[in-house]
Design a binder for this molecule. Structure first.
Ligand code: SAM
Length: 395
């Protein structure tokens, strides 16, 4: 692990801390706005001249009460997106934001004169990209109070006649139109599925997308690999075995059950990377996000394994050229980092030996934004035989 801050535990309250964690170390990592301006490939859209402001829907009485004391965990989720810090982190994630910008700017033919729905618009950045390449109209739906900022941003950039900001939950709002041609969204959470915003995109797709309409991105895949991570496991997990001479192994049990989000050094990877699951966002059903997938990880050298590592990629297959990005340890870092799931035992593995098993991912029954992950695995090696089932909770 190379994070100075150490891995971040996945707690609902930590959503607000996400902005403090990202660190890019690349030479070309200048001001993203500057980069956006330099990379611009399209001509200015005729939508720049505007006369009137599109109305922004008022929050309902129920949404107003989100600031009151009767918060549910779901409310905390939405509140975490009300602060600009989390949007700053996402916008500064140039792998993420530039990919969306390239998809839109380099495929303007997909957007020209089309009606677009931006699911979870945040600051409205994706809506602005779409408006700029000539979308006929963009509905930017955002449930947090960032919708107010999006409205102001739309206005100050001269797109009020093209972009309508609607404040509310996708599942509760009315759209002024019965169908849209394109749904665009950045819904991915840690471990791809944490936060469960995918269901919101599927809901919008089922309700408003025209037959043969586009969902962007349309493919997402989850991968698994295994790493050597002795020092970090010692520091974060084994630490609890004896704390100033006292047995705190009850906390060790909790620590090992919590996947950690952190950047993994690619040199730590011991095995191949195995595709677990590919989701076709244009066709899948909500239930498909809960699944069991087999894996077979083959050791590429003699080493020890201390953890499994999960990561995802997304792609936009309807572009002129296939476009997407990976959040894997061999790719440039993103704010999603990777998800590390420590193994109870240290696996001593020889080159060519395999860890086989399956991973089950389900939404937590109490809080549907949390994830329950079970990994069953076995190694029948020369120096090590293990058969184990481990349960993890992302919350
Ligand atoms: C990952 S952020 C992406 C923001 C923006 N599209 C961007 O790319 O910078 C997801 C946004 O979706 C909003 N959101 C999540 N669930 C929603 C729902 N059910 N209805 C409306 N907005 C939602 C969140 O408040 C958050 O601002």
């Amino acid at each position: 692990m190379d994070s100075e801050l150490g891995p971040s535990s996945i707690a609902t309250s930590d959503l607000e801390m996400r902005p403090t964690k990202i660190r890019f170390e690349y030479e070309d990592d200048e001001n993203p706005q500057q980069r956006a301006d330099q990379d611009e490939t399209l001509t200015e859209s005729s939508n720049l001249e505007v006369e009137e402001d599109a109305a922004m829907c008022e929050p309902s009485a129920g949404e107003d009460s989100m600031v009151a004391d009767d918060h549910t965990s779901a409310d905390y989720y939405f509140d975490s997106y009300s602060h600009f810090g989390i949007h700053e982190e996402m916008l500064k994630d140039v792998v993420r934001t530039k990919t969306y910008q390239n998809v839109i700017y380099k495929n303007s033919f997909l957007f020209k004169d089309k009606v677009v729905l931006d699911v979870g618009a945040g600051t409205g950045i994706l809506s602005l990209f779409c408006a700029k390449v000539g979308a006929k109209h963009v509905y930017a739906v955002e449930c947090s109070s960032m919708a107010g900022m999006a409205q102001e941003i739309v206005k100050s950039n001269g797109f009020s006649n093209v972009i309508t900001v609607i404040k509310g939950k996708i599942e509760e709002i009315e759209l002024p139109v019965s169908q849209v041609d394109i749904i665009i969204s950045e819904w991915m959470g840690y471990f791809l599925l944490y936060e469960n915003m995918l269901n919101t995109v599927l809901y919008a797709r089922n309700k408003w997308l025209v037959t043969d309409g586009l969902v962007l991105p349309d493919k997402a895949s989850l991968y698994l690999t295994a790493i050597e991570d002795a020092d970090y496991k010692e520091d974060k997990i084994e630490f609890w075995n004896s704390v100033y001479g006292f047995d705190m192994r009850c906390i060790r049990k909790q620590a090992i059950a919590e996947p950690l989000v952190d950047i993994v050094d690619s040199k730590q990877i011991v095995t191949n990377c195995q595709l677990l699951k590919t989701m076709d966002i244009s066709k899948m059903e909500a239930g498909d996000a809960s699944f069991t997938a087999p894996f077979k990880l083959v050791a590429e050298r003699d080493d020890y394994i201390h953890a499994f590592v999960a990561y995802f990629d997304v792609s936009f297959t309807k572009c002129h050229k296939l476009t997407g990005f990976s959040t894997g340890p061999k790719s440039r870092s993103t704010h999603w980092k990777q998800t590390v799931l420590y193994t109870e035992d240290v696996l001593t593995i020889c080159q060519g030996e395999t860890v086989v098993g399956d991973m089950t991912v389900t939404q937590n029954k109490k809080n549907h934004r949390d994830l329950d992950i079970t990994i069953k695995y076995s190694l029948n090696g020369k120096n090590c035989q293990v058969l184990r089932t481990q349960h993890y909770k992302m919350r």
